[in-house]
Design a protein around this ligand. Sequence first.
Ligand code: ADP
Length: 399
Amino acid sequence: MKILVLNSGSSSLKFQLFLKDDLSVLASGLIEQIGDASSAAQLWFIDTSGIKQQRRQNDPVADHRAAIKVMSTMLQESGTLVDMGELAGIGHRVVHGGEAFQQPTFIDASVIAAIEELIPLAPLHNPANLMGIRVTMEHAPQTPQVAVFDTAFHQSIPEHAYLYALPYALYEQHKVRRYGFHGTSHSYVARQAALYLERPMEELHIITLHLGNGASAAAIKGGECIDTSMGMTPLEGLVMGTRCGDLDPAILFYLGRECGLDMAALDALLNKESGLKGICGENDMRTISEAAEQGDAPAKLALTIFCYRLKKYIGTYMAALGGVDCIVFTGGIGENSAIVRQLSCQGMERLGIVLDGEKNSMRQEEILEIQATGSQVSLLVIATDEEHEIASQTLQVII
Ligand code: ADP
């Protein structure tokens, strides 16, 4: 039997097919620009001789229903999934589970209704996730389907850390609180770290840094998340590709008054025009690091601000945890950028964090250990695998 994992976005569908027994990957694919004439579907799969193959299709894909059909046909033609009957379960990534979902959850009509109710908290993501769920349920009505929420891992955060210092009624009536995101990735890399260190999760204090286009930090005590940097929305916290992260909220009033920006303009400014892009005009960390190395001043500044914010969060979470055993770097930037890892750990020797420059510049497929001999804190680079984690959580629900 097999497990299918789906990540349904507003104009894209990502999927990965796993063998149920060992969760090895049989195929993975991506359909982009759904609803557009330029839509394209790509599939990578392991053929019967164990060789990796790639297929591409450029026929227009009108909507998500058509996308699910294209996915089924491509999987069928690749020989990796003959029919939906081979699926033991389908796992869906769902961005916002609010306070309703603390665990991966078997999807039925009441779960769909609850995800729908949470749309105001994630207006861009939850409708797209729901579309994927509904269409898949029509396509494979007999297959158990499971929702895995980005917010679920953070539901263990205590009240004093998830509440903002706003009138309490806003929490009671409008659910204004910290939820946190990237939970699937934080929980996956924390578990991998404990396995690697050969120590029980229960005794470990871990800080996980998921640094991609979106970026967040989490403080994990004995396997439970006690704080995270993203808030009610994914805008708070670290500096990101195009998002500002932490900000004095009064800047919004000032910009409204002085520059006449309305809500929509402020929303676009903070989410799409800020972060690394706002500082240096570029949001790709690879390009920024290369430019910084060649002496480009705005790129250097963007890199410095990014790493300084990261360092402040490491310090904050060391205080929240009462000391840290291990810091994990993950996500496209965390896994690949030696300079970000170096700058964000620099000058923390008195806190027990000592990075080894040589180890930090090495590359490794799985887990790279980058602390110097004598460092009290383990520093690990771990490749995240959200699809694998969704498959594994799906399996926990269906068996
Ligand atoms: P997403 O949040 O979209 O999943 P990723 O986790 O793929 O994003 O991370 C994307 C980021 O990782 C980009 O800023 C990209 O520049 C950065 N990145 C990828 N490879 C490298 C590299 N070799 N050096 C520095 N940054 C890198």
